[in-house]
Design a protein around this ligand. Structure first.
Ligand code: NAD
Length: 356
């Protein structure tokens, strides 16, 4: 757990009155205060919080943001506590962090924590810079605007240019939630042909093309994309379809030992976190398939958080997401090509330089 980056501080919090128990891991603050969300779950532990904090250290460094990496957890079952008790627990957690927030830690929403919880947190600390993901009336920039998915779209465009894939490209999107919908919309608007999309109910494949607005409407009205016209397949079947580009935007380990050899795509853009292990990524690299790693492609959300933290508006957020994702993806892909290494290894070299 301990290495050249951190973790610098691990704080365990307890408030006897509310029985609040929490954990904060500040992994690394070389570039600025540690940035990372608050996760509320009954079984969240130090190890999990640390791993997530470390991922933030790398993601913020690669996005070239003046933030370090951190993460926190509140040990509570969101489904078993009342709204009133949840509020008291968040307030107690905020009071416990008052001396170091936002100087060393800037929070954000994560599992079971959303914008109203950020309002409570920031108000209790008494500083709007204590967290991002706040409601719009407090200067917040909601993630629901699609910063991550649009960022994934920008990373994809850089990959297309890098590989000189040309025109008339087809793509598939695994997952049709926040990240998947915005990535699909962005890329169809850029002229790419969406031929497959999946959600938790399965995959729909239509080689004549899937109309984004129609599939979005069907998802909203019927709860699943699989009611769109086309061939209905299992969720995992999206991996082996005949497409130029596969965008991942749902589960971890989508691409694994059992299916990596079926991949026909020339490029995989990781919108989701850890859609494959490092070993699988290595195998795909050897096969000549370009994989744009998660912490390169899906940093749009944290870039949006940075703009909110700096007091920027929605327009400046879009500019920052485009500039930073485009610049950093280019940097990673060029370095990978030059040194004949995987994009992940090139990205880690950049991270190391920026954390040195
Ligand atoms: P979401 O909950 O909005 O959407 C998830 C989608 O995945 C849903 O459409 C769901 O039906 C679908 N899904 C679930 N199981 C599936 C399966 N087996 N096969 C295909 N689809 C399945 O989540 P999100 O915010 O879009 O996040 C998606 C991924 O992106 C996660 O890995 C998340 O950690 C990562 N991520 C999200 C953000 C962000 O800002 N939202 C930022 C960075 C990384």
């Amino acid at each position: 757990m301990y290495d050249e980056y951190g973790p610098e501080k691990i704080l365990e919090l307890y408030d006897p009155k509310t029985k609040m128990r929490g954990i904060l891991v500040i992994d690394n603050t070389k570039r600025g205060p540690g940035k990372g969300g608050i996760r509320m779950r009954p079984d969240v532990d130090k190890e999990e919080v640390f791993r997530l904090a470390r991922a933030m250290t790398f993601k913020c460094a690669l996005a070239d943001l003046p933030f370090g990496g951190a993460k926190s957890g509140i040990i509570a079952d969101d489904k078993k506590i009342s709204t009133e008790d949840k509020k008291k627990i968040i307030k107690a957690f905020a009071r416990g962090l008052k001396q170091i927030c936002p100087s060393l830690y800037v929070a954000a929403p994560d599992m079971n924590m959303a914008e109203e919880e950020m309002r409570i947190f920031a108000n209790e600390i008494g500083d709007p810079r204590a967290c991002t993901g706040k409601p719009a009336d407090m200067g917040g920039i909601p993630h629901e605007l699609g910063s991550t998915g649009i960022g994934v779209g920008h990373a994809t465009m850089v990959g297309i240019e890098h590989l000189r894939l040309g025109d008339n490209l087809t793509f598939a999107v695994e997952g049709f939630g926040n990240v998947g919908t915005f990535a699909a919309k962005f890329l169809t608007e850029k002229g790419l042909k969406l031929v497959a999309v999946s959600d938790s109910k399965g995959t729909i494949y239509n080689k004549d093309g899937i109309n984004y607005d129609e599939v979005f409407k069907i998802k909203q009205e019927t709860g699943t994309v699989t009611n769109y016209k086309g061939e209905k397949l299992k969720c995992e079947d999206i991996v082996g379809l005949d497409v130029d580009i596969l965008v991942t935007a749902a589960i971890a380990d989508l691409i694994n030992e059992n299916n990596w050899q079926n991949i026909k795509a020339k490029m995989i853009v990781c919108g989701s976190n850890i859609p494959m292990s490092k070993e699988i990524e290595e195998k795909l690299h050897e096969k000549g398939i370009l994989v744009i790693p998660d912490f390169v492609a899906n940093a749009g959300g944290v870039i949006s958080s940075y703009v909110e933290y700096m007091g920027g508006n929605v327009e400046s957020m879009w500019r920052e997401v485009e500039n930073r994702i485009t610049t950093n993806t280019k940097l990673v892909l060029e370095k990978a090509k030059e040194k004949n290494i995987k994009p992940r290894d090139a990205a880690m070299e950049i991270v190391k330089e920026r954390l040195a």
